[in-house]
Design a protein around this ligand. Structure first.
Ligand code: UD1
Length: 350
């Protein structure tokens, strides 16, 4: 068995896919998650894919004392991948203190506990949201950080600064900050995938839920942007590809290959797709209709952003592999799986 890795938020969307990829590479995984936006059944999905049930602790990373005990219980953790965070932009505008507390106190607790428990290596989930609307596209890691448009976005910017300042003050730590573009899709086995709580905020779960009939129609937010078809452009990245970047990052930290104590990488495909292109491609590859209506712009939306992933390609040695067509197929297979599970549940209740 290789190194022990702590994955906070390991039952969440990106977390669960990363756990599977870590296990595939022989790492021993400990998940800490308070299940605030995920389901304990995800552990069954992980076990079905990898054949290994990861250790699981239902703890809120905001709870310093419980986290301290957790590190005592699992001595020898060598790296942390910190996913656990609240991520709904709209909710963060309504409940800023919840977001600042959850996202920042969790991070500070982990950074404080790391030297006490001799854990040196830290991978942080950040977002392309830190770039706002970049002046140049595709966006590189050198692009300036723009004022955050939401408390959620601000927690990612402040989080990156907290890590930078901590590492600047103490050479004990090593960190890799990963700036995700738009993760989509599900594991090809359809054992794990995205499980949005209530009405989805993000585009893909709304597309799949509309296609399956859970939602009447998709609202396309704005067609008067300065883009070829007038709708916003994003860099949609396969979630398994994204998960693999975390495994590579952990290995890089453990092998002490970093060029500096903190390294930052964009994780995207390098290709921008519009909302309409996503809908059309989804319909075509899955042979299913997605009824939609064009409505007004969504407040705070960025017009267009896609990654220059060269730094991750050349330095990290990671590249997005999956096509958007295949990724959109996995998203649909997962939604159909969820529909089947709902049907089975209904039948057992009757
Ligand atoms: C959003 C957040 C971003 C966060 C990411 C996490 C905003 C402004 N940004 O990114 O900070 O890191 O989620 O997952 O909220 N769209 C529709 N109809 C819908 C849903 C979305 O047309 O029902 C469009 C949006 O206008 C956007 C694109 O689809 O152009 C992608 O939206 P979404 O999936 O919410 O991601 P982001 O806005 O890029």
């Amino acid at each position: 068995m290789m190194a022990k890795i702590l994955v906070t938020g390991g039952t969440g969307y990106i977390g669960s896919h990363t756990v599977v990829e870590l296990q595939k590479e022989g790492f021993e995984v400990i998940i800490v998650d308070n299940l605030s936006n995920s389901n304990i059944d995800v552990l069954n999905g992980i076990e079905k894919i990898s054949g290994i049930r990861p250790a699981f602790e239902n703890i809120d990373c905001v709870d310093y004392v419980s986290m301290d005990r957790m590190f005592e219980k699992y001595p020898g953790i060598e790296a942390i991948i910190h996913f656990a965070a609240s991520k709904a932009v709209g909710e963060s505008v309504e409940k800023p203190l919840l977001y600042y507390r959850n996202n920042l106190v969790s991070l500070i607790n982990l950074l404080q506990l790391m030297p006490i428990h001799k854990v040196k290596n830290f991978v942080f989930s950040s977002s392309c949201t830190v770039y706002g609307q970049p002046d140049e596209l595709p966006v590189t890691e050198k692009a300036p950080i723009k004022p955050a448009l939401s408390p959620y976005g601000n927690t990612k910017q402040i989080g990156e600064e907290v890590i930078q300042d901590t590492i600047h003050s103490n050479s004990f730590y090593k960190s890799i900050i990963l700036r995700y573009f738009n993760p989509i899709g599900a594991h090809p086995s359809a054992e794990i995938g995205e499980l949005p709580n209530g009405v989805p905020n993000n585009l893909l779960p709304f597309v799949t839920q509309t296609a399956i009939g859970l939602r009447k129609e998709l609202k396309v937010f704005g067609e008067d942007y300065n883009t070829p078809d007038g709708t916003c452009i994003r860099d949609y990245i396969n979630v398994v590809d994204l998960a693999k970047a975390h495994v590579i990052s952990v290995k890089r930290l453990l092998e002490e290959k970093g060029e500096s104590p903190v390294e930052i990488f964009n994780l995207g495909t390098g290709r921008g797709l519009s909302v309409l292109e996503i809908i059309q491609t989804f319909e075509k590859v899955n042979d299913v209709k997605v009824p939609y209506q064009i409505v007004g712009r969504r407040e705070g939306d960025i017009e267009q952003v896609w990654a220059n992933p060269s730094h991750a390609n050349n330095v990290l040695g990671w590249k997005a592999q999956e096509t958007v067509e295949d990724t959109l197929k996995t998203a649909w297979t997962w939604e159909k799986r969820l529909a089947k599970l709902r049907e089975e549940k209904k039948q057992t209740e009757e």
